[in-house]
Write a protein that binds this ligand. Structure first.
Ligand SMILES: [Zn+2]
Length: 321
């Protein structure tokens, strides 16, 4: 470039080109899916989108709202709003197609003006068909994980799939006594929502146990606290491993960095914190990758100890699978 003036360079680049009107700005992203391998298995992360809302009072129950905002601002994020991504995954084991959690539901696409409820359309864009899914594994019974079991008009979204649910989670949410004792507001709503979803499926589910394989090569690991039956998974194939954490933390920038912070959605916050510290100590000691449901897409990272907590290091995007 030495010796070439900027104007001369511009003239060269534009020579022979007719002036064209600027194209209109586009307002849609490419479809959100991302593939990687774990040994012989192929994982497709399929985003359901991101929910952004003003930080509610009491979002973190043991920390003032302004401290939560300061932590977001320190990470170069909006200090007034929280953005929560949703990252379900699909694992192709070679013999089975297995969906882990299902997002906020198709009806949320219109309700959120396209920001959420994207899972089913992104799944289709990835070339995977809902009718080809053999197994759906649910980590826990909060709306952002179970609502996508149904279509927007309340039909089974995976018509040929066996639905696997944690035995402890099923026992808790389907118990009429527990429902009658639920606190007003969010907990009552969750009980009602779970009955809406699972009644539409005729309650046809298969409960699974912790420390056993949900499908060959993928083991359920009990990580309770966020909910009574909250479950994570170890995907293991050909010597490679990934820990699918589900909601051991919500957004890592708050809850991996500050494992002692109690998210208002954690049903037993003390147990959730103990689980979080145990899992993150294990992940950092074993240098094991984590796939985080509420991590930024594509939600695959390493974690290491840092300060009073942990720091997530995203795995770089790969141009090939
Ligand atoms: Zn969640």
């Amino acid at each position: 470039m030495a010796g070439t003036s900027a104007s001369a360079l511009g003239a060269t680049l534009h020579s022979g080109q007719a002036a064209a009107a600027a194209p209109p700005a586009a307002n849609e992203q490419a479809s959100g899916f991302y593939r990687y391998r774990v040994g012989e298995f192929q994982v497709t992360v399929v985003t359901d989108g991101v929910n952004t809302y003003p930080i509610p009072e009491g979002f973190v129950t043991n920390v003032p709202r302004n401290e939560v905002g300061a932590a977001l601002a320190a990470a170069y994020l909006d200090g007034e709003k929280i953005s929560v991504p949703y990252s379900p995954i699909v694992v192709n084991t070679g013999s089975r197609l297995v969906v882990f959690d299902t997002g906020t539901g198709e009806a949320n696409f219109a309700a959120s003006k396209g920001a959420g409820g994207q899972f089913h359309r992104n799944l289709q864009a990835s070339g995977l068909k809902q009718a080809d899914v053999d197994t759906v594994v649910i980590s826990h019974f909060h709306g952002d994980h179970v609502n996508g079991l149904l279509t927007a008009d309340g039909k089974p979204a995976f018509p040929n799939a066996e639905i696997l649910v944690p035995r402890a989670e099923w026992a808790f949410w389907m118990d009429d006594g527990e429902m009658s004792r639920a606190s007003k507001g969010r907990m009552e709503g969750l009980f009602r929502n779970n009955r809406r979803v699972f009644d539409a499926l005729g309650r046809k589910v298969t409960p699974y146990e912790w420390d056993r394989e949900v499908v060959p090569g993928i083991t359920a690991v009990g990580t309770p606290g966020h909910s009574p039956g909250h479950t994570s998974y170890v995907i293991a194939s050909g010597g490679a491993k990934v820990f699918v954490q589900s909601d051991v933390t919500n957004v890592p920038v708050l809850f991996a960095r500050n494992p002692g912070w109690h998210l208002s959605f954690d049903q037993d916050p003390v147990m959730a914190e103990a689980t979080r510290r145990r899992v993150y100590d294990m992940l950092s000691a074993e240098r094991m990758k984590v796939q985080g449901f509420h991590y930024p897409f594509p939600a695959l990272a390493h974690v290491e100890k840092s300060g009073n907590g942990y720091r997530e290091i995203p795995v770089p995007w790969s141009p090939v699978v």
